[in-house]
Design a protein around this ligand. Sequence first.
Ligand SMILES: Cc1cc2nc3c(=O)[nH]c(=O)nc-3n(C[C@H](O)[C@H](O)[C@H](O)COP(=O)(O)O)c2cc1C
Ligand code: SF4
Length: 502
Amino acid sequence: MPLHRLESLSTYYTHFRRRPPAGRRLAVCRDLSCHLAGAEAACERLRAALAERDEAVEIERVSCLGRCEQAPAAALGEQIVRSDRIEDVVRVLDGQSEPVDDRPAADWGEAKLYAGRGQHFSTLRAALDADPAELARVLEEAALRGMGGAAFATGRKWSLVAAEPANPKFVICNADESEPGTFKDREILRDLPHLVLEGMALAGWAIGAERGIVFIRHEYAPERRALERAIADARVDAALGQDVFGRGFHFDVEVFVSPGGYILGEETALLECLEDRRGEPRNKPPFPGTVGLFGQPTLINNVETFVHATGILARGAPWWRGLGEPGHAGHKFISVSGDVERPGVYLVPFGTSIGGLLERCGGMRAGRRLGAIAPGGASSNFLPPDRLDVALDFETLQQAGSMLGSGAVIFLADDHDLLEVGLNVARFFRNESCGKCVPCRVGSEKAVKLVEQAGVLSGKTLARVSELHATLARTSICGLGQVALAPLLSLAEHYPDLMRGE
Ligand SMILES: Cc1cc2nc3c(=O)[nH]c(=O)nc-3n(C[C@H](O)[C@H](O)[C@H](O)COP(=O)(O)O)c2cc1C
Ligand code: SF4
């Protein structure tokens, strides 16, 4: 491999290092949910406390660790600790204790029913006796939408890739989940890995693929191990591998660990990464369904999409449609974080109101009042506190001026500096811009600098940031640039007085 290619890769990926670190490395998250939990102050206190140790500990501020319900989060290798609990950090550094896992149990009653069925791959076994085209048809009848953010119709995607004549084809599970506020795929991978695998094998049968790849983020090591155990078990049971269940269908799954960066969740950046290049998004079309991995037709779905596809193929489209609130179909895993009593992952019927979800997670933390809502993670526009009536659903949230994204609701108390909150989000997108498009690379930095220098988001500053947003939205080739400045501007729309510093 020529040196310039090695250089281009080693300088691109966050988890590649050219030199060993000076000491052990404590990665401290600074993104939205952790910011709300006081990450900056916690980081400074940690820095002061650790400076007194003999051993050098490098404190590195990193992008979202996918532990938003344990905010403010930090990681020492695979161990997650709260950065505001100095004694815990010190104990973990000293190897004196296992870190406390104070994650609340995921609240997803209905999915446990999926779990029992999935372990035996009975849906796959039955599907192998049926026409593969039937699978996409049932998903279309159920109107299942992709759960990775873009909400594309899943049945339609499966039938489009099935119709492609080229071979071989690939099935990819997108488990990169790196947007601040999102961590539902982590819990699904940990608790229901066999359902993800079954969904991938069903997709393989439906489109005519023999190879599946799970692209998983670097920070999900325990989840990767759960998945690898499930793969090994499935091979023993002949649910994966050569001649699945003796029916002449070959399908196996491998795991690829992401070398780091939020942009790799974008499906074509993910493909570039799998092909050993810098993970920069491709221009679309062609879409991956036609020209995907190594130029071959490739089906890419989110972790949760595969789980729901398995459920629907086991129980039928009417079952799925009956799960939603009246006028809505299906249910959704939602990551809840911010200033609420019980942050965590909740399985809720589509159409549940934001207020209903807030109630289910115990309401706002004692003494806090709701000030703003980010209903679809860091990339979604903020909503004011009087919008608790809005239903969690793709169309309804879009009509309300925001989006559901991959399903990450962040509740903000009313005592936060909202300009700082907006800047925090804009800085995340600036940091994570891959740099391929000039407007996104330069414009995101420019907007952050303008607001930092002005200390307000009104008048001339607001006009210039709005103009930058319009340019980014029109000229960026991927969703990151298209939304990078939108959440910040949504705050200016809903809280004009606060943005003037009043
Ligand atoms: C910047 C960016 C980051 C993304 N990150 C993810 C991700 O982490 N996981 C995911 O499933 N989809 C992510 N997506 C969406 C994917 O490109 C793609 O639409 C999705 O994986 C398709 O699966 P679905 O149809 O099941 O939703 C991202 C998109 C963009 C623009
Ligand atoms: S919009 Fe931004 S993140 Fe997306 S490809 Fe362009 S530069 Fe990269």
